[in-house]
Design a protein around this ligand. Structure first.
Ligand code: GAL
Ligand code: CA
Length: 341
């Protein structure tokens, strides 16, 4: 199914590129004759984020493909924001001064979007935001801004379904036999749309399945494995037998919880769910250390970021080439449930 889609997309883009190849030839004669390369700056919130590094790999793969098909050289520079918003704002300023054709931005702090958009607008450099979504009012500031990401609440909803099924099929999970599911929530970075939406919708989906819940604690570990491990070492001691489920906003933090259980030689079985379906999490799932995760389509997200940026760079409207762009600006990929085969 995924392969079929891929093939369809590949054929689609080949056709599109043949057409856009001709069109950009025309514009080359008109205005761009001194420009034989397209330059795109990719500003990343931090290189050492596991999931984002998957997206980066996909961007690079797609760059090679587009580069082969295009009559111009396609240059992509990845810039590490080191999780520091001020540093990233400087990097964005520099990229604008350096006259990149397009900026693709994975914001450190999405509340800075308005500032960033205004800077780019003044220089007439389009932006493709991804993974960290500016709020709607910011997205409305200019028409040459786009967003590529996933459908936030769906990940939570799918987690909730996995949890409800697990609970219904395994009565022993209700350790204290009170008919209520006691859980710990490990959240991603505060203010991140995925942290907010996954947290909210996972619980809503469990309740929608007729299951009563009680939150023991909800805490953030900033998407990080080590931070989650440290927090869970503490919570496993504090709540011990009371914990019946661990819900994590992503896989890395879910794996941090597994690390903590291993370190404490925690005997009780506690089901854990994550999001992303990165390789190490799928392996942990096969070993029975995780109960479920949700595939966060890094392939499509990476491809769409660079394709949109590419069309904008050659002065084409991405909407003419890419289907299902919502409200003229948003491309959202679907999540998929992943449980042990
Ligand atoms: C989420 C992803 C997390 C983390 C975060 C970074 O979509 O699930 O693992 O990578 O983005 O912004
Ligand atoms: Ca219970």
């Amino acid at each position: 199914m995924i392969y079929k889609q891929k093939l369809k997309m590949l054929i689609g883009i080949l056709i599109v590129l043949l057409i856009s190849g001709c069109q950009s030839d025309i514009s080359t004669n008109e205005e761009n004759n001194n420009q034989d390369s397209i330059r795109i700056a990719i500003l990343i919130y931090r290189f050492d984020d596991e999931f984002v590094s998957y997206v980066m790999e996909e961007i690079e793969k797609e760059r090679e493909l587009l580069d082969d098909l295009s009559n111009k050289q396609l240059v992509v520079d990845f810039i590490d924001g080191n999780n520091q918003s001020d540093l990233q704002l400087d990097q964005i300023k520099d990229s604008i001064e350096n006259k990149y054709d397009v900026l693709a931005i994975n914001l450190v702090d999405r509340s800075q979007a308005a500032r960033v958009i205004d800077m780019a607008k003044n220089a007439d450099i389009p932006i493709v935001f991804f993974n960290r979504e500016p709020v709607q009012v910011d997205m409305a500031r200019w028409d040459k801004i786009y967003y590529v990401g996933s459908k936030g609440e769906d990940a939570g909803r799918i987690q909730g379904e996995i949890i409800a099924e697990t609970w219904n099929n395994n009565p022993r999970i209700d350790k204290n036999k009170d008919g209520i599911l006691q859980y710990i929530m490990i959240q991603g970075q505060q203010g991140h749309q995925d942290a907010l939406l996954r947290t909210e919708w996972s619980v809503k989906a469990i309740e929608a399945n007729g299951i009563k819940v009680e939150q023991l604690v909800s805490d953030t570990a900033n998407w990080q494995r080590q931070e989650a491990k440290e927090k869970m070492l503490n919570y496993l001691n504090v709540f011990s037998e009371e914990i019946e489920f661990i819900i994590s906003n992503n896989d890395m933090m879910a794996l941090g919880a597994v690390d903590a259980m291993k370190e404490l030689e925690f005997e009780e079985y506690i089901p854990i769910v994550g999001v992303d379906a990165i390789d190490i999490a799928v392996n942990a799932l096969e070993r029975g250390e995780l109960t479920g995760t949700v595939y966060n389509d890094h392939v499509k997200q990476g491809q769409m970021v660079i394709r949109m940026a590419y069309y904008l760079a050659i002065n084409e409207d991405p909407k003419d080439y890419i289907d299902s762009i919502e409200n003229g600006k948003y491309y959202r990929v679907e999540y998929q449930k992943v449980i042990k085969k």
